[in-house]
Design a protein around this ligand. Structure first.
Ligand code: FNR
Length: 184
């Protein structure tokens, strides 16, 4: 069976990002036929319509990586009850120019992670909202807004505890099913 290629977009550029740690755990816990890879957004220059028809190489490479993937997984923090600007910028670049939306019809899912109690729920819903316009059909359930992340990491600071690991495994199985439903 062909592997399902999933592009992970991490909404934080911070070196010690909890979201990146969770994304790496998701890669470790992936089902056998799911190939997940973080597609970096840190080198994307700011979006402007002025240059979308003659885009910089960083945009072209990014759009190609999205186009080459079968599905999209957003893993992001919440900033001020919405999403980090760097993530929104990547969404715009992927979606443009008109009729060249690289996100189009790729099955999607979202995980938000926060040290706070409500797990980035605002960002989770904001990403779902943007996905309507990006034309990414998003998995509805299970929802994944992971709060209290500091207490979910083991002493090495990067491995999630058993309960979170089980949650992520179940989430990935549901996501795999969602991708199959939409692509077969
Ligand atoms: C935050 N943080 C935050 N947390 C939250 O749960 N809701 C929020 O609205 C915000 N707002 C916010 C704004 C800005 C500008 C910063 C820098 C931070 C805290 C945030 O969850 C925390 O810094 C996380 O550790 C960020 O995710 P990474 O970088 O660890 O993945």
């Amino acid at each position: 069976m062909k592997n399902t290629k999933v592009a992970i977009i991490v909404g934080s550029l911070r070196k010690e990002s909890f979201n990146r740690k969770v994304a790496n755990e998701i890669i470790r816990l992936a089902p056998e036929n799911m190939e997940l890879e973080i597609v970096e957004i840190k080198d994307l220059t700011f979006f402007s319509e002025d240059i979308e028809n003659d885009p910089p190489k960083s945009w072209i490479d990014f759009k190609q990586k999205i186009a080459d993937s079968d599905a999209i997984l957003f893993v992001s923090p919440e900033y001020n009850r919405t999403i980090p600007g760097v993530l929104k910028n990547a969404m715009e670049i992927g979606a443009r120019p008109p009729k060249q939306n690289s996100w189009k019809e790729k099955p999607g899912a979202v995980v938000t992670v926060s040290p706070g109690a409500i797990g980035g729920l605002g960002a989770n819903l904001t990403i779902r909202n943007a996905a309507l316009s990006l034309n990414i059909p998003m998995m509805h359930q299970p929802e994944a807004f992971i709060g209290g992340i500091k207490d979910r990491l083991l002493e090495d600071g990067k491995t999630v505890n058993e309960k979170t690991e089980k949650f992520l495994r179940d989430f990935l199985i549901a996501f795999e099913r969602w991708i199959m439903q939409l692509t077969n």
